[in-house]
Design a protein around this ligand. Structure first.
Ligand code: SF4
Length: 704
């Protein structure tokens, strides 16, 4: 401060990945911020990665949307909310509740998610609210539900410290969850071993003890082969199976349908036999094993099967609910878990429930909302297809950028262009999606929001405001509540502050014993002061408010008989095979220093040094075959579209595969928007798209 007095640090949470690091922020002057890692936060103990460290460079007002707008006209809130309410109400009256939709985001806080879900499912009466977390971990959610009876992530970050073996299955933790990766790297000094299963030699794979560069979409074959090998060598836990697991016999029968010899598995997966056998031996010998799985597993037309194959290996060996032993789905977004909790997904109700009639009735009673939707809504890919074909006539996009981030993004842009009414609420004024908005609503950004998020280990942490709201920007939950009020639902949306929303949400989890899995009863009735001071805590949270680090420690699961389910899964490979016209497997993903569509990380100059332009990684032999050389502008084409990027030749890329980052937008490099190339093939159960494999070809740009 100018007078030299100390400015108190505000403890909040990083808005980027699902690690959920605690951040300590000191506001030096207006819109200027110094950040450091919060040493008291259990997720990161003071560490931050490059993205978290540069948060201070992202809090300026450049590019912000600061007033509601109808078209290009600045308006007041009552006019904007009134128009949104009127158009949604008219559409519902004429075409029914399923003619409208919300597409929301893992960037929303839990309070925002709760209010959006309450409005759509409870008061509009449609299930048509889905989240961009559908693109992130929907497959893991479905696998958890089938195996455990509910969407429950069993482990905690302490397990990563305690494990003797960590298997990274489709998870480039070094780039996507850097603070967790450093935490595990620190354990290697005492002998922790790392195995990376990934078609690319990522930074995680580069330093692992063993890298299995498997062929695209062969994960189920690999994990089934591992389980068969464990059974064959007597390395499973038969007493754990007998006491706690159903389905082992049917899984054994499924395994018998294919040749599970290591030689056959290695051949199908494109792996060296000795490497595969080394992995099998390491897994068999190491009771304290954690298997991390992330986008490489989830973003697949076989995403649920991949997750189940991983869970099967852990259930068969009893490696769950014990210190240092669990399967562990790591979420991409800061509050993907919060969306799962509050019903931000089209196929779930709040509190981790499905649409069972009794559950719908209890939620409806709690909300006083007799029109509560009795059925799920459309998942993300189907939702935008319904916009495209006119079934959905009004959509509200909150805090996300589907015009870039969805698969077949060109078709999503077509859908938004012809949708009769598009509302976008966002903190930024000029996103690719905002360009299609009839009404633009200014939302608070990180550093201004106040509420809670939940990270990958089920830890609820506070996001706290460091700056006052700029211009006319408002919290997402408040914007939704104002529209709800204008639609005539005001009594049920009349909270004064986020703590009031949080109190209602926690009461719901305990209402009529409503949520058997997600009990927050220990947080019911928090005072404003308790909410303000809330320390990070892992759910379920009972009366002692100590939280629950590890689930299933007693071997009891959330199924009706308390036993976990091993589920038979067969390897099917990619949804669409490569062919002579499109011979290469296109894999897309994140890079180390950017986040999603760069609306925030793009503001930090330091983060551009790592990768200043869109690129495509190609194996040198594949590049030579089509005359592509290092650094040339290169066309990448699929049946869905074309992108242009700089060629990077590297033997880190498996032959027959190419890789492109997902981040570029119209603001930075419109021709580099890689998701335009991705086919909207989805997992039949989870609805998660197959971002990790699309048949493609490449050519040097000059030749075409
Ligand atoms: Fe932590 Fe993830 Fe933020 Fe990095 S991006 S500081 S790892 S929460």
């Amino acid at each position: 401060m100018a007078d030299g007095s100390l400015v108190p640090a505000v403890k909040t949470t990083c808005p980027y990945c699902g690690v959920g690091c605690g951040v300590s922020g000191v506001v030096a002057q207006a819109r200027s911020l110094a950040v450091s890692g919060d040493v008291a936060h259990p997720a990161n103990e003071g560490r931050l990665c490059s993205k978290g460290s540069t948060l201070g460079a992202t809090v300026g007002l450049e590019g912000r949307l600061l007033s509601p707008m109808i078209g290009e006209r600045e308006v007041g809130w009552s006019e904007a909310a009134g128009l949104v309410a009127r158009r949604f109400s008219q559409t519902i009256a004429r075409y029914g509740p399923d003619s409208v939709a919300f597409y929301v985001s893992g960037q929303l806080l839990t309070e925002d998610y709760y209010v959006a879900n309450k409005l759509m499912k409870g008061f509009i009466g449609s299930g048509n609210i889905d989240t961009n977390s559908r693109l992130c971990m929907a497959s893991a959610v479905a696998a958890h539900k089938q195996a455990f009876g509910a969407d429950l992530a069993p482990g905690c970050y302490e397990d990563l410290d305690l494990a003797d073996l960590v298997v990274f299955s489709g998870h480039n933790a070094a780039w996507t969850h850097p603070v967790l990766f450093r935490r595990m790297e620190a354990q290697r000094a005492r002998g922790q071993k790392h195995v990376a299963i990934d078609p690319r030699r990522t930074d995680t794979a580069e330093v692992a003890d063993l890298h299995l560069a498997l062929a695209p979409q062969m994960d189920v074959r690999l994990w089934n082969g591992l389980l068969a090998d464990l059974i064959g060598r007597g390395a499973i836990d038969r007493s754990f199976i007998a006491e706690h697991v159903n389905g082992f016999a049917s899984v054994e029968a499924e395994l018998a349908q294919a040749d599970q010899s290591p030689a056959a598995v290695a051949a199908d997966c494109g792996l060296d036999l000795a490497d595969l056998q080394t992995f099998f031996q390491m897994f068999a010998d190491t009771p304290k094993t954690v298997s991390l799985f992330s986008m490489g597993a989830n973003q697949s037309a076989q995403g649920v099967a991949k997750g189940l194959a991983i869970l099967n290996a852990h259930l068969a060996t009893g490696r769950i609910g014990k210190p240092g032993a669990c399967p562990f789905s790591i979420t991409g977004q800061p509050n993907a878990m919060g969306g799962r909790e509050t019903g931000g997904m089209a196929n779930t109700l709040a509190g981790h429930m499905d649409f069972a009639p009794d559950d719908v009735a209890r939620v409806a009673r709690f909300w006083g909302a007799p029109k509560t939707s009795p059925k799920p809504g459309l998942k993300a890919v189907d939702m935008f297809e319904a916009v495209h074909d006119g079934r959905i006539k009004a959509i509200w996009v909150m805090a996300t950028n589907p015009a870039v981030s969805m698969p077949d993004a060109g078709r999503v842009r077509e859908a938004l262009a012809k949708c009769p009414f598009v509302v976008v609420s966002d903190c930024m004024a000029d996103t690719d999606t905002m360009a299609f908005a009839h009404v633009k609503l200014p939302a608070l950004a990180w550093g201004e929001k106040d509420g809670t998020v939940t990270n990958s280990e089920r830890r609820i942490s506070r996001q706290r405001a460091l700056f006052p709201a700029p211009g006319q920007a408002k919290a997402d939950w408040r914007i939704i509540a104002e529209v709800a009020d204008a639609m005539g639902f005001g009594d049920a949306f009349s909270w004064a502050r986020p703590a009031s929303v949080f109190r209602e949400w926690t009461r719901l989890t305990a209402f009529e014993n409503l949520s058997r899995t997600l009990n927050l009863s220990g947080l019911v009735g928090l005072s404003q002061a308790d909410y303000d001071e809330l320390a990070p805590v892992q759910w379920p949270v009972g009366a002692d408010r100590l939280g629950t680090p590890r689930l299933f420690t007693d071997g009891r699961f959330q199924t009706p008989d308390g036993r976990a389910n091993m589920m038979p899964v067969a390897s099917k490979g990619p949804a669409t095979a490569c062919d002579p016209a499109f011979p290469l497997s296109l894999n897309t993903g994140r890079i180390r220093d950017q986040w999603h569509t760069m609306t925030r990380t793009g503001l930090a100059a330091d983060l551009w040094r790592h990768a200043p332009e869109p690129f495509v990684e190609i194996h040198p032999e594949d590049a030579a075959a089509v005359g592509v050389t290092e650094g040339v502008l290169t066309r990448v084409q699929t049946v869905r579209g074309e992108a242009v990027a700089i060629a990077r030749l590297t033997d880190r890329q498996r032959r027959g595969g190419i890789f492109m980052p997902i981040h570029w937008t119209k603001a930075y490099a419109p021709s580099g928007r890689s998701n335009t190339l991705i086919a909207p093939s989805v997992d039949a159960t989870s609805g998660q798209p197959e971002f990790k494999h699309t048949p493609a070809w490449v050519r040097a740009y000059r030749e075409t």
